[in-house]
Design a protein around this ligand. Structure first.
Ligand code: GLC
Length: 762
C-alpha cells in the first residue's frame, strides 16, 4: 500500500496544487474541469510526456477551467485536500491516496488501501521448472516502484489499452506494456503486443471515467483479475503520472483523452480505400501483374504495397534494381493506372562500410550506443547485423526525414513503418542500451515503448513538410499520442477464425484509444487462409479505415482470385461496398477532428445504457448510423444479431426491424448483415476503380423513411488547403416524403461541385 505519511502542507499555484507529505510529494494539476492530473515524481521531477506534446498541452489549457481548493478531513479522521471543479472532485488524503468524486458527490474511483494479494504464488523453484517446460511465469508486481491500485465496482467494464488481445471488456485479464514483436498465434491470454497505450476506460454503474498512466517504462495492468475489487497499474520505473479523465460516458472520456493526446489527422481520401500487399511480391513483374488483375477483375484498389524485397539487400532507403527496375519507373507506370506507391521502411540499418545510411549514421553518432556507451549498439534484423537510429533526438529524426523525402521525391505516396518495437533477431535490446530523449541521454528502458512513436513522428513530419500533402504513415509499434502521426495495423495475425473474430474488439479498442485509422491484415498474415475465411474476412473488414489484405512469405498467396469465382464475386462486392460508403467514412473522419470519436465503434459507445452491448464482440457500428454484424465463425450461415432499441433497416432490402432484441439473420456466404438506424441520412458514391479515377459527380443520400439530417464534408482530399477554408460543408435535410433541402454551411469555389444529389429511400 502507498504510504507517504501525513500531509505536511500544500500550496496552490495557478492550476497546480503541490502537496508535501512526510515521505514524498505530489502535484495535482487541474487541466480542464474534466481532466485532473496526479503526478508523483518518483524518477524525475517533471512529466517528460511523449504523448502530450507542447501543442497538445496548449490546446488543453486553452479550454480553461474553474476550481476551488479546500482542506477537509476524511471519515476516519485523516487530513485531506479537496480540489473541486464543476465536474470532478479529487481528494488527496494523508498517506497519499487520492479519491475521485463526480459532480453529484458520488465516489467514482477510490484508492484501494488494502494489501494486494497477487495470484501468482509459485515459488522460485517451481518457477524454474515451469519455465524449463516453456511456460512464462511473470515476476511479482508487488515491489514495483510505481504503483496505483484503485477500487472498482463488481460489475464495472474495462475498455482500452490499444491493440491488446482479448475481448472488448478486458476485465479479469492482465496485460503488460512492453512493445513486443511475437510472430506466434496471438490469443486472448497474450499480455503484450506491438503497442503500449496505457489508457483505460472504466465504465462504472453510474459514471464512466478514464485513467491514463502516462509512463513509457515497462508497465503492468491487472484488471480485476487477482481481485474483483480493484485494478492495479504498476511499472518498473518512471513516475506515477495519472490523468484522471471524467466525462461520465465513453464518448466524452474518449473526447477528453484525444483532447490530451491528439486526434488522428484528416487523411487523404485515397488512403481510406483498399490496399493489397504480400511479403513476397518479389519483382516488378509480380507487383504489375497483381495490380493489373485488380483492374481486370473490377475490384477497386489503391495500392499494391512494396514489402522488404524492393530494397537492395534489405538496406533501408535503397532500391533493388535487379528485380524492380530503375527506381521510380514502376511507380510512374502504375500511377498511370491509379496505383499509389506505398513502401515499407524498417529502422534496423545494415552495418556495412560504404552503405550511405551506415556511413552517415556512424559518422554523426545517430545510432543507439551499447550499455557502456563505448560503441554503437548492434543486433540483427532483416539485413543481418544492424544499428538502431536514436529517433528520440530531433537531429536524428531530421536526418531520417531527409531520406524519407528522397522516397517521396521518387514518387512514394505513403510509408509503412515496421519492426519498430524495435524487433531484434538476436535477443531483446538490453534495457541499458543508450539513446536520447531529445538532448537528454537515457536508456532503452525508457525509450523502448516510444521507439515506434518517434520513428512515426520522424516520417510524418518530413512527409508533411516536404510534400505538403496529408501523410499516410502506417506503423506497427506505437504509444499513446502516436495517432497524431500514424495509422496502425495490428501486426502479424494469422489466418485463423479466432483472429478474424478478434479483429472486431481489437479495432474497436484502438478506436477508443484515438486510433481512428486502423486495420488488420485481411485474410490473416501468417498461416494459410481458406476460401471461406477470406470471404468472411473481407466482409467483416469492409468498413475498416485501414483496409488491406496482407500475407506472409511461406503462406499460400492471398489474392482473392486464387480462391475461385465465388470468392472473387464476394470480394468485389464488399470492396465496392466500402467504396460506396467512402464519403460517409470521410465525413466521420471530418467529425473525428472535432470529437476524437472513431469511425468504427463498439456498440457500447453508442448505447452505453444497454447492458447487452457491454461486451458485445462480434458487431460494430460505423459512426452512429450503420450497424455491422459480420459472421466470424466457420460454417455459420445464420447470425445472431443484437439490435439496440429503436428501428433499424436492413441495407439489402430495406425491411424495417425493431430493435431492443436479438434477431436471427440468414447469412449465406456472400452476405454481410448491415443495418441502418432509423433517421439516418448517409452520403454514398458511385462505383469507382480507385480514388481519382473520375470526378465525384453524383452523391446519393441513402435515407430511411423517417427522413433525417446529415452534414457532408468535401475537400480536395489531399492537402491542407481545407485549413484555409477550401472545403464544402453541406447540411442535408431529407423529409419523410424524400424531399431534400440543402444548406451550404461552407462553400469554396475551388472545390468541385456535385452535378446531382439524389435521395434513395431504403
Ligand atoms: C513483419 C511485418 C509484416 C511484414 C514482414 C516483412 O513481420 O509485420 O507485415 O510483411 O515483417 O517485412
Amino acid at each position: 500500500m502507498r504510504d507517504y505519511g501525513k500531509i505536511k502542507n500544500y500550496k496552490a499555484e495557478g492550476r497546480k496544487i503541490a502537496v508535501e507529505f512526510e515521505k514524498g510529494r505530489m502535484e495535482v494539476t487541474v487541466l480542464t474541469d474534466e481532466i485532473i492530473n496526479v503526478f508523483v515524481p518518483i524518477w524525475s521531477d517533471d512529466h517528460r510526456s511523449k504523448a502530450i506534446e507542447r501543442d497538445d498541452l496548449e490546446r488543453v489549457l486553452s479550454k480553461g477551467c474553474n476550481f476551488d481548493t479546500s482542506e477537509g478531513s476524511t471519515k476516519d479522521g485523516r487530513r485531506s485536500i479537496e480540489i473541486k471543479t464543476s465536474c470532478l472532485k479529487a481528494v488527496v488524503k494523508d498517506g497519499g491516496s487520492v479519491d475521485f468524486y463526480d459532480a453529484a458527490g458520488r465516489l467514482i474511483s477510490a484508492q484501494f488501501e488494502g494489501e494486494r494479494v497477487p495470484i501468482k504464488t509459485v515459488g522460485i523453484w517451481e518457477k524454474e521448472l515451469l519455465e524449463a517446460e516453456g511456460h512464462t511465469v511473470a515476476d511479482t508486481v508487488l515491489d514495483k516502484p510505481v504503483s496505483d491500485v484503485r477500487c472498482i465496482g463488481k460489475n464495472d467494464s474495462l475498455y482500452g489499452l490499444g491493440d491488446k488481445m482479448g475481448l472488448l471488456d478486458k476485465r479479469s485479464y492482465e496485460y503488460e506494456n512492453w512493445n513486443t514483436d511475437d510472430p506466434s498465434a496471438h490469443n486472448e491470454q497474450y499480455r503484450s503486443l506491438y503497442k503500449s497505450i496505457p489508457f483505460l476506460i472504466c465504465k462504472g454503474k453510474e459514471y464512466t471515467y478514464g485513467l491514463f498512466y502516462d509512463n513509457t517504462f515497462h508497465g503492468y495492468f491487472d484488471l480485476a483479475k487477482e481481485n474483483a475489487e480493484y485494478i492495479a497499474y504498476t511499472a518498473d520505473d518512471g513516475n506515477l503520472d495519472l490523468y484522471f479523465i471524467g466525462g461520465g460516458n465513453i464518448k466524452s472520456v474518449v473526447g477528453n483523452y484525444t483532447l490530451l493526446t491528439g486526434v488522428t489527422p484528416l487523411p487523404q481520401l485515397w488512403t481510406l480505400g483498399y490496399h493489397q500487399c504480400r511479403w513476397g511480391y518479389s519483382s516488378a513483374k509480380d507487383i504489375r501483374e497483381v495490380a493489373e488483375k485488380f483492374r481486370e477483375l473490377d475490384i477497386p484498389c489503391e495500392s499494391v504495397q512494396y514489402d522488404i524485397d524492393y530494397m537492395d539487400g534489405y538496406r533501408v532507403f535503397t532500391w533493388n534494381e535487379k528485380d524492380y527496375g530503375k527506381p521510380g519507373e514502376l511507380f510512374k507506370e502504375l500511377k498511370a493506372k491509379g496505383f499509389k506507391p506505398v513502401v515499407i521502411i524498417d529502422p534496423g540499418t545494415k552495418r556495412e562500410e560504404g552503405y550511405f545510411m551506415y556511413e552517415e549514421g556512424t559518422k554523426n553518432g545517430y545510432f543507439f550506443r551499447n550499455a557502456e556507451d563505448t560503441e554503437d549498439y548492434v543486433n540483427e534484423v532483416w539485413p543481418g547485423e544492424a544499428n538502431y537510429p536514436d529517433f528520440g533526438r530531433e537531429e536524428v529524426r531530421y536526418w531520417w526525414g531527409k531520406h524519407v523525402n528522397d522516397l517521396t521525391d521518387m514518387g512514394v505516396a505513403a510509408i509503412w513503418n515496421d519492426m519498430n518495437e524495435p524487433a531484434s533477431f538476436k535477443g531483446p535490446l538490453p534495457e541499458e542500451v543508450v539513446g536520447h530523449d531529445e538532448d537528454r541521454k537515457t536508456t532503452h528502458r525508457e525509450l523502448h515503448n516510444v521507439y515506434g512513436h518517434f520513428m512515426a513522428k520522424a516520417t510524418y513530419e518530413a512527409m508533411k513538410e516536404h510534400t505538403k500533402k496529408r501523410p499516410l504513415v502506417i506503423t506497427r509499434a506505437s504509444y499513446s499520442g502516436t495517432q497524431k502521426y500514424a495509422a496502425v495495423w495490428t501486426g502479424d495475425n494469422q489466418s485463423l477464425w479466432s483472429h478474424l473474430a478478434m479483429m472486431i474488439p481489437q479495432l474497436c479498442t484502438l478506436g477508443m484509444c484515438g486510433y481512428s485509422i486502423c486495420g488488420v491484415d485481411i485474410g490473416g498474415f501468417g498461416a494459410d487462409t481458406t476460401p471461406e475465411l477470406l470471404a468472411r474476412w473481407i466482409e467483416a473488414a469492409s468498413f475498416a479505415t485501414f483496409f488491406r489484405n496482407h500475407s506472409a512469405n511461406g503462406s499460400i498467396r492471398q489474392e482473392p482470385w486464387l480462391f475461385g469465382d465465388e470468392v472473387v464475386d464476394i470480394y468485389r462486392k464488399y470492396v465496392k461496398l466500402h467504396y460506396r460508403f467512402l464519403p460517409y467514412i470521410y465525413d466521420l473522419m471530418y467529425e473525428e477532428q472535432k470529437t476524437g470519436l472513431p469511425v468504427m465503434r463498439p456498440l457500447v459507445m453508442n448505447y452505453e445504457d444497454d447492458e447487452n452491448t457491454f461486451n458485445l464482440n462480434d458487431e460494430y457500428m460505423v459512426g452512429d448510423s450503420i450497424l455491422v454484424a459480420p459472421v466470424v465463425a466457420a460454417g455459420e450461415r445464420v447470425k445472431k444479431v443484437y439490435l439496440p432499441k429503436g428501428d433499424w433497416y436492413r441495407l439489402t432490402d430495406g425491411e424495417k426491424i425493431s430493435g431492443g432484441r436479438y434477431i436471427l439473420e440468414e447469412a449465406p456466404l456472400d452476405y454481410l448483415p448491415v443495418f441502418i438506424k432509423a433517421g439516418s441520412v448517409i452520403p454514398t458514391y458511385e462505383d469507382m476503380a480507385y480514388v481519382g479515377e473520375k470526378e465525384f459527380k453524383k452523391l446519393t443520400l441513402l435515407a430511411t423513411p423517417e427522413g433525417g439530417k446529415a452534414t457532408h464534408y468535401r475537400d480536395n482530399g489531399e492537402d491542407y488547403s481545407y485549413l484555409d477554408g477550401e472545403y464544402d460543408l453541406y447540411e442535408f435535410e431529407v423529409s419523410k416524403e424524400g424531399k431534400l433541402k440543402v444548406n451550404m454551411a461552407n462553400s469554396s469555389e475551388r472545390i468541385a461541385k456535385y452535378e446531382e444529389i439524389a435521395v434513395s429511400i431504403l
